[in-house]
Write a protein that binds this ligand. Structure first.
Ligand code: ZN
Length: 330
């Protein structure tokens, strides 16, 4: 017999003996009835708990029905979400959302590659940077063989009235206006950037160093530092020899959609073209001053007049470089 059954049986005996040995039945009638009722209940409990005499064994497990595994919700659609109108050059993040048959939505932006049907830059994270205004973009994202898309309209960078920009003399303003490209933006290097100039060893290093020193000394207000570097990979301005109609040619070679000049290129037609003045002249073209001052004016005249800047040219260069990105004067 199992231990559990013995305990139940003993409890029942003590309890029942007490009820029948009481001496003051009349006084205790009610109490005894309660006790008797409790005993009956306890005995019943003893029987119910194993009083039948059998050993306690593990109950036969009730077979549990196979759990109903719901079918996973099916992917219904993929959508691209974000602003439908953005400014050219403004990097804008979009979200890619997968919708399932149970109505749930999951952000899957980090799991997809977004693409534009134009030449725009689309970075991971579905960050769109449109390069040209007016060209409608179809931004797409593919997830589990489903394609989501969104039409995006690219609008021009808002213009800033000239009256809200730092004042310029008419001569200075004419230089600035002459340097504005087709984008309408003031293109310039970011202040604080190191302009790292690389040239092959066939270009006289002393000439290069002198040109760079002249610019650093003459244009401290630019807040740019020119340096000659020997590692072409680390450079952001490269000088080379090449076919050229003029003795030298230079200018920005990569400009961001917001007008930030990121790299420059200078080409000289022959070694005799590489003078301090010519190198400095071409480097100022690289700065975004792509036009010439009138003949006989200064370093930026078509034929370099010497190692000096007129006040208007210097002011125009400094003014351009101090603008924020992007600045489109109107
Ligand atoms: Zn020039």
């Amino acid at each position: 017999m199992g231990l559990g059954s013995n305990l139940h049986a003993v409890s029942a005996e003590i309890c029942c003996a007490h009820t029948i040995s009481g001496q003051r039945r009349s006084n205790m009638f009610t109490l005894d009835r309660i006790r008797t009722a409790a005993c009956v209940a306890m005995i019943s409990l003893a029987v119910a708990c194993g009083g039948g005499g059998g050993d306690i064994i593990n109950p036969t497990p009730t077979p549990t029905p196979n759990p109903i595994v719901p079918a996973p919700p099916a992917l219904v659609s993929v959508s691209v979400r974000g602003p439908s109108t953005i400014v050219v050059g403004a990097s804008t993040p979009y979200r890619v959302v997968a919708k399932y048959s149970d109505g749930s939505e999951v952000d899957v932006t980090s799991q997809v590659t977004c693409a534009s049907d134009f030449m725009d830059t689309v970075a991971s994270g579905c960050i769109l940077t449109p390069i040209i205004e007016g060209v409608p973009i179809n931004l797409t994202a593919t997830f589990s063989n489903l394609v989501g898309s969104m039409k995006v309209t690219v609008v021009p960078i808002p213009g800033t009235p000239w009256s809200q920009l730092a004042p310029l003399s008419s001569q200075e303003k004419s230089y600035v206006v002459g340097n504005i490209g087709t984008s309408g933006l003031i293109n310039h290097w970011r202040q604080g950037t190191q302009v790292k100039v690389w040239a092959p060893t066939s270009i006289n290093r002393a000439v290069l160093d002198s040109a760079v020193r002249f610019l650093n000394d003459s244009l401290p207000e630019l807040r740019l530092v020119f340096a000659v570097v020997t590692d072409s990979v680390a450079a952001n301005v490269w000088i080379n020899f090449g076919p050229n109609v003029a003795c030298g040619k230079g200018g920005p070679s990569r400009i961001s959609p917001t007008g930030e000049i990121e790299t420059g290129q200078i080409t000289f037609a022959a070694p005799f073209c590489v003078s301090i003045g010519n190198v400095a002249h071409e480097l100022v073209h690289v700065l975004g001053f792509t036009i010439h001052s009138p003949r006989g004016t200064d370093l930026m005249s078509p034929a370099v007049e010497g190692l000096f800047f007129s006040a208007a040219v210097k002011r125009a260069i400094v003014w351009m470089t101090s603008q924020s990105f992007p600045t489109r004067p109107i």
